[in-house]
Design a protein around this ligand. Structure first.
Ligand SMILES: Nc1ncnc2c1ncn2[C@@H]1O[C@H](COP(=O)(O)OP(=O)(O)O)[C@@H](O)[C@H]1O
Ligand SMILES: [Mg+2]
Length: 362
């Protein structure tokens, strides 16, 4: 216990340092950007700062006030605050000193096979802990094991976890985080309170981005912010990362929606229109040159599949049947691309179907 306390005090200066670093960075006119990714710099520090996920925040706040914490399962799309929320909650529960002793965080980059679950996680969860912090404030008498990206754990490792989870419920709470709840085995999901993290609403994302721009003195147009929100599809991490890249690229000049489009790798509307025009022409040679130029311009086929999907759905000149045929092909191409198929051939085959459907119409 003594060593445990000493360890705590020696680390305790660290969070303070971090704080001064960030505040001085934001005050430095954004001239010499500190090498901190903005996603980390603007990660919510406490549960209240987590935007939009009201249910989770409400439950966590209750347990921060002293109620017991259930085992948790957070799921939802990337960049919606899952990791940030539990880290912030743990930090509030234990304070910076105890945090390292009380919280075991394992994510996909750590070894989490069945062996680790049997040894590391089990040993950690078996330790009992007291109910007060170094500064005398009460804190819950349990530890937290965070298993981030739990959907990448093998089902054997997940199975090994269930007994530990039950047996050590006196001393440990688990927080599983994943994108796809269906990849977590049923016995585990039924032991946890499930919380779905929603993709962030556009307004909330805007607000966050505007705040960051203000703090970093970024000169940005309104359209650029809208574009950021649009391309990131509810993933705030993506939006913030794009914003930082765009700011680097323009180096002090105004960030416009054109820059954002370029950074995000979105295929410009004109390019897509010319591709569809080629499809409509019914000439295969034309199609071939268009696809070649897509490849030469470095556009990614997966991006094309995503954008084409939206466009096809909105087109008035296609019947439902034609749309169905095209979207089925889109799905097939998407799967092939995931499996590592050749981009050129896949695009050609996709557009061949589009062409077939479009020319049938006339
Ligand atoms: N609900 C949210 N409230 C505030 N910031 C958020 C929220 N969701 C995501 N972010 C921002 O996105 C970044 C990544 O969030 P993170 O919690 O790692 O997402 P994930 O759900 O993928 O674990 C954070 O650093 C934070 O800046
Ligand atoms: Mg995460």
């Amino acid at each position: 216990m003594q060593a445990f306390l000493k360890g705590g005090t020696s680390i305790s200066t660290k969070p303070l340092k971090e704080k001064t670093a960030t505040s001085s960075a934001s005050g430095s006119d954004g001239k010499k950007p500190k090498p901190v990714p903005w996603v980390e710099k603007y990660r919510p520090k406490c549960v209240d700062e987590v935007a939009y996920q009201e249910e989770v925040v409400a439950v966590l706040k209750k347990s921060l006030e002293g109620a017991d914490l259930p085992n948790l399962l957070f799921y939802g799309p990337p960049g919606t605050g899952k990791t940030s929320t539990i880290l912030a909650a743990a930090r509030e529960l234990y304070g910076p000193e105890l945090f390292r002793q009380r919280v075991l965080e394992l994510n996909a980059s750590d070894e989490r096979g069945i062996q680790v679950v049997r040894e590391k996680v089990k040993n950690f969860s078996q330790l009992t802990v007291g109910g007060s912090r170094l500064d005398g404030k009460p804190c819950p008498p349990f530890k937290i094991v965070i298993l981030d990206e739990a959907d990448s754990m093998t089902s054997a490792a997940q199975a090994a976890l269930r007994r530990t989870m039950e047996k050590e419920s006196k001393t440990t709470r688990f927080c599983l985080i994943c994108n796809y709840v269906s990849r977590i085995i049923e016995p585990l999901t039924s032991r946890c309170s499930k919380f779905r993290f929603k993709p962030l609403a556009d307004g909330i994302q805007r607000q966050r981005l505007v705040d960051i721009c203000k703090k970093e003195n970024v000169n940005i147009t309104n359209e650029a912010i809208s574009r950021l929100v649009e391309v990131s599809e509810g993933d705030l991490r993506k939006a913030i990362t794009f914003l930082q890249s765009a700011t680097r690229l323009t180096a002090g000049k105004e960030v416009t929606d054109i820059v954002v489009t370029e950074i995000a790798g979105v295929i410009p509307k004109d390019t897509l229109n010319s591709v569809l025009a080629a499809c409509q022409s019914g000439l295969f040679e034309k199609l071939e040159t268009v696809v070649m130029s897509l490849i030469n311009n470095g556009h990614a086929a997966t991006q094309l599949v995503n954008q084409l999907h939206d466009i096809i759905l909105e087109r008035q000149d296609l019947t439902d049947k034609q749309k169905a045929a095209i979207t089925e092909k889109l799905a097939e191409v998407d799967k092939c691309l995931v499996d590592g198929a050749d981009e050129y051939l896949q695009m050609l085959s996709l557009f061949a179907v589009v062409m077939q459907q479009m020319t049938q119409n006339s």
